[in-house]
Ligand binder design. Structure first.
Ligand SMILES: Cc1ncc(COP(=O)(O)O)c(C=O)c1O
Length: 412
């Protein structure tokens, strides 16, 4: 999409940002991309280099955050950088990075970053749907989705829901304009077949968006599985330190993405430059964090499987889990969240209280393990003793020991 002063924004996806006002660097990187320059290799290599500008003498590897409400703009107000709500060089680098991770080697995708995951989700739904349209949402997705549903309905959009497991959304697709998928679902960890659902939705003329928050782009690449949009909260494992709120949308349809960009401009749900820069900085360790956290999550799930007081244990990476077969087909890593149920609310509370290495906190994906009794929010259809445990980067043996000790301590 090309920038224009009167269009939907001023950024040009695929262009590297100028750093400290050096616009010539942008041209150089664009030329390199055009001449076939690519960061190759595996996930770790891609993650450490994602979105970086070409090395330039005396310039930092990852240019610092650009704090600008406006930019020098004599003459005709053309992009890429005119006003801070429309574009920012720090976003541009982060958007390139996220695009390289979500859709490696695909030049045609466009990425937009947002103030939070909910800002990104709302941007897709509210920019694509009109009064009279029908949209399909999961009924077991992130707990703010019912709020979104109520708002869509208030605008005259019909919303149908179905569970994630068993590809149940297939049954309510007829007439849909947009299918929203969240897989693995939060907090139930059900998985659906993205390729199958996307094919069915496209056959009916519907667009498909996948919330990729739990998997991260290293765990799953929805665009390659047929989705039109991949959307995520970068607040979770993507940034991974529990100190940043962020969201993003990656899409392949220029017209649809123009509408998403326009929505960001209208609503102004933009990330601060500092948050964008912190997020980009965190991407360098994404593969190490994800690999470590996924491996430990599997160990924790295996340990929990042996405990008689634990029921409803879910981890898509655990052989025998109801999600495992499809997860193995479409995921490359299975995430850092394990969920399970303890017999009573009181037992769950005592368990959380007894944990020493796991903070009682919401959210997930951070390097420090967190857990919570999900029923305390009232939004999820889960038993009172349901625990969502987010596995961090602690030593696996320490974490497993802490979880088992807390289970023992909470038995009384
Ligand atoms: C799956 C999923 N999507 C979206 C969101 C919303 O993200 P944010 O809190 O960054 O707005 C969350 C938050 O927990 C989530 O778990």
């Amino acid at each position: 999409m090309s920038g224009s002063a009167t269009g939907d924004g001023h950024g040009v996806t695929g262009e590297a940002a100028p750093t400290t006002g050096d616009l010539s660097r942008m041209t150089r990187v664009t030329d390199d991309v055009a001449s076939g320059f690519r960061v190759g290799g595996g996930d770790g290599t891609r993650a450490v280099r994602a979105g970086l500008p070409e090395p330039a003498k005396h310039e930092p590897t990852l240019p610092g955050p650009v704090f600008a409400a406006h930019y020098h703009l004599p003459g005709d107000p053309t992009g890429p950088y005119t006003y801070g709500r429309d574009e920012n060089p720090t976003w541009t680098l982060l958007e390139r990075a996220v695009g390289e991770l979500e859709a490696p080697g695909q030049d045609a995708v466009e990425t937009l970053v947002f103030a939070s995951g909910m800002a990104a989700i709302s941007a897709v739904l509210f920019s694509q749907l009109r009064t009279g349209d029908m949209c399909v949402l999961p009924d077991d997705g992130y707990q703010a989705l019912p709020l979104v549903r109520a708002q869509l309905e208030a605008y005259g959009v019909e919303v149908r829901t179905a569970p994630t497991g068993g590809d149940a959304q297939l049954g309510v697709l007829d007439g849909a304009k947009l299918l929203w998928i969240e897989t693995p679902s939060n907090p139930g960890l059900d998985v659906c077949d993205i390729r199958r659902l996307a094919e069915a939705a496209h056959a009916r003329g519907a667009l498909v968006a996948v919330d990729n928050t739990l998997a991260t782009p290293l765990g799953q690449r929805p665009l390659e599985l047929g989705a039109d949009f991949t959307v995520a909260s970068g607040t979770k494992q993507l940034t991974g330190h529990g100190d940043v709120l962020l969201g993003y949308v990656v899409g392949r349809d220029a017209e649809a993405m123009a509408a998403v960009r326009r929505w960001r401009k209208i609503v102004g749900a933009i990330p601060g430059p500092m948050e964008a820069w912190l997020a980009h900085r965190s991407l360098a360790t994404l593969q190490m964090r994800v690999d470590r956290q996924c491996a430990t999550a599997l160990m924790v799930a295996e340990a929990l499987r042996e405990r008689p007081e634990v029921t409803g244990l879910r981890y898509p990476g655990l052989p025998g889990d109801p999600s495992h077969r499809i997860a193995s087909q479409q995921m490359r890593r299975f995430g850092c969240v394990v969920s399970f149920t303890l017999p009573t609310r009181a037992r769950a509370d005592r368990f959380l209280d007894a944990l020493r290495l796991v903070d009682d906190a919401t959210s997930f994906g951070g390097v420090r393990s967190t857990a919570e009794r999900r029923g305390r929010w009232g939004g999820d259809a889960v038993p009172e003793g349901f625990i969502r445990l987010s596995v961090g980067a602690e030593d696996p043996e320490d974490l497993v020991a802490d979880v088992l000790r807390a289970l023992d301590a909470s038995a009384a």
